[in-house]
Design a protein around this ligand. Structure first.
Ligand code: AKB
Length: 318
C-alpha cells in the first residue's frame, strides 16, 4: 500500500480509518474521498488530501485514482441495515452498482480493494452459534443481499481478473468518534452516550438478543492487517469472519452499570431492528482469520467499556 483512497472517509469507520492509515503511511499518501454534503472537517481535513469521490460516478473516481496514483482502495460506501431496508433501491445502487464501478476501476488501474461485508450477510437458516467461515448465506434483508453480492463479486474479480480483493465481515462497530447511522447494532454505541449524559436509555432490541460487536481500534486493525497480509497465506478472501465479543443488551447494561451505578435502561423494542437482529448470528467462528493472517482482537466488553466511558466523558465534558 503506497497511495490509498478511502471512499466514504467521513462515515463511522472511514473517519477513523483515514486517520489511522495516515499515521501509518503518512498524510500525503491517504486521500479522504467524500461526497458533497459530507465534507471532511478537523483532523480529517487538515491531515492530508481530500477529494469528491462518488462510487456511482466512475469517471470522478478514476480522475482521483490517476491524480494520486492510488494502488489501494478502501471502499466504505454503503447504507447500513435499517436504512437499506427502508431504501432498498438506493442500497443496491450504492452497494452494488457502486462496487461494480470500483472493481472495474481497480481492474484497469491495478488497485487492491477492501469492501467490507458484515454479520448481516447471514440469515435465519445460518447456524447462529459459532457461525462457520463457510456456511449458508441466505439473508432476507436488502442489506444482507448486497453484502452477499459484495462477497461474490469481489471473489469474481479476484478469480477472473486477478484484482487483489480482500474483506472482513464486520460485526457492530462501537466507537466514540463518529456516530453510526441506521444500523441494527447502533444501540450498543447509543447506550454509552446515554450513560455518560445521565439519560435513561430505551433499548430497541430485547434482552437475550446476542450479536457480535467490536471496538473500533480492533476493527481498524483488522482492515489494515488483512490488506497487509501475505497473499500466499490466504485461502479465503471475501470475506473473513472476525469476532471479539458477543453480548445481549442486559450484559452491556450490567457492565456499564458497574461504572455508572445510577444508569437506567428500559426496553422499547423496534420491530424492524428486532427482526433483523434475530436473523443474524449470535457469535461467529473467526478461526480462519486467526490462522490465515494472525487476526487477534485486543478489547473485550470490560476493557472497551472503560475506554468508551473515559473518552466520552472527555468529549462531552461530563
Ligand atoms: C448494522 O447494524 O447495519 C451494521 C452491521 C452489523 O453491519 N452495524
Amino acid at each position: 500500500m503506497k497511495n490509498i483512497l478511502v471512499i466514504g472517509s467521513t462515515g463511522q469507520i472511514g473517519s477513523e480509518l483515514t486517520v489511522e492509515l495516515r499515521k501509518r503511511y503518512g498524510g500525503s499518501h491517504v486521500v479522504a474521498g467524500y461526497i458533497p454534503g459530507a465534507e471532511p472537517t478537523g483532523e480529517l481535513k487538515e491531515g492530508g488530501p481530500a477529494a469528491i469521490v462518488d462510487v456511482t460516478d466512475r469517471r470522478s473516481m478514476e480522475d482521483v485514482v490517476r491524480k494520486y496514483e492510488i494502488d489501494t482502495v478502501y471502499n466504505l460506501a454503503a447504507l447500513l441495515s435499517v436504512v437499506a431496508e427502508k431504501r432498498p433501491a438506493m442500497a443496491w445502487k450504492i452497494g452494488i452498482d457502486g462496487l461494480w464501478n470500483v472493481l472495474e476501476m481497480a481492474r484497469e488501474h491495478h488497485c487492491a480493494v477492501f469492501t467490507p461485508s458484515s454479520i448481516g450477510s447471514f440469515g435465519e437458516s445460518t447456524p447462529h452459534v459459532k457461525t462457520p467461515q463457510d456456511t449458508i448465506q441466505r439473508p432476507r434483508t436488502m442489506y444482507g443481499i448486497t453484502k452477499v453480492t459484495t462477497e461474490l463479486l469481489s471473489d469474481y474479480y479476484f478469480i477472473k481478473y486477478g484484482v487483489d480483493t480482500r474483506a472482513v465481515r464486520f460485526p457492530g462497530i462501537i466507537s466514540n468518534v463518529t456516530l453510526p447511522g441506521g444500523g441494527t447494532t447502533d444501540y450498543a454505541v447509543e447506550i454509552y452516550y446515554a450513560a455518560v449524559k445521565g439519560e435513561k436509555f430505551a433499548c430497541p432490541v430485547k434482552a437475550g438478543t446476542y450479536m457480535d460487536m467490536m471496538y473500533m481500534p480492533d476493527a481498524l486493525n483488522a482492515a489494515i492487517s488483512l490488506m497487509e497480509a501475505d497473499a500466499t497465506r490466504l485461502k479465503h478472501r471475501n470475506a473473513f469472519n472476525i469476532a471479539s465479543m458477543s453480548f445481549d443488551p442486559e450484559e452491556i447494561y450490567q457492565v456499564i452499570k458497574k461504572h455508572v451505578p445510577d444508569f437506567v435502561m428500559e426496553y422499547d423494542v423496534d420491530p424492524l431492528k428486532q427482526a433483523i437482529a434475530d436473523s443474524w448470528p449470535d457469535c461467529l467462528d473467526d478461526s480462519c482469520a486467526r490462522e490465515e493472517w494472525d487476526w487477534k482482537p485486543q478489547y473485550d466488553l470490560e476493557s472497551m467499556t472503560q475506554d468508551m466511558l473515559e473518552k466520552l466523558r472527555q468529549k462531552l465534558n461530563r
